[in-house]
Design a protein around this ligand. Sequence first.
Ligand SMILES: [Cu+2]
Length: 289
Amino acid sequence: MTPLAASLVLAGCSGGVLDPRGPIATAEKTILFNSLGIMLAIVIPTILTTLGVAWWFRASNARARYLPDWEYSGRIEMVVWSIPTMTVLLLGGIAWVGSHDLDPPKPLPSTTNPIEIQAVSLDWKWLFIYPEQGVATVNQLVVPAGAPLSFELTAEGVMNCFFVPQLGSQIYTMPRMVTRLHLQADQPGSYPGLSAQFSGDGFSKMHFTVEAVSPDKFTEWVNATRGKGQALDPQSFAALAEPSEAVPPATYGSVAQDLFQAIVHPNVPPAGDQHADQPNMPPTMKMEN
Ligand SMILES: [Cu+2]
């Protein structure tokens, strides 16, 4: 394919699942193309045979044999049953092996220490907490390229779905639950991320960017962010959790201890003890600490 044709074909895929930038996304693209190949190996001969049979047995073809008493052919039976059986085995095998290899909670093999990231979907933005670095970001995820990323994910309100198409597997964020995901960006770059689960009015602007940088630049960024600007504590978290749309990227220079755990396990008062005057109070505002 000429470079021009290739760039035209790929123009629609840049930034998407067909333009992978990490090991998980690359493996998923391979599964996608292998499955497509297996299915085309059935579909193309079937279409060609259908056209061929229709053409050969046309009314005007005197050479086509007419067999009104024909009943059984072992060969045809073998083809008719063995091809779908092989298809099911091959497609099922690819899905089975792939879904165990790429199981989201499974850590990635690496010589580099994984970066722990706690992701929280809010109405309608993404909060990322770096528990080891003690910083947090909104709608922007800065990560070192080449290091495995170990995500814990939850939702503050309704369910959302964390998805960075160029890095791989999407996974749900659900209130009061923690889902796990491991990803890695191979090269520095800027990769779009989104929620793949409709979650209300501001959903369409619930985007974030993954900025993969060199490990040195990541350390620089952490040092430049840590201790500066706003602190992420239960009060500022409750303010952030208020519904808002198209939130610009922001950073927090410090994070309250165990904030993520408090989001996952808020102290819900027993039924009957609800504050009737504050019906829409976010659960995190009820935290005692
Ligand atoms: Cu879905």
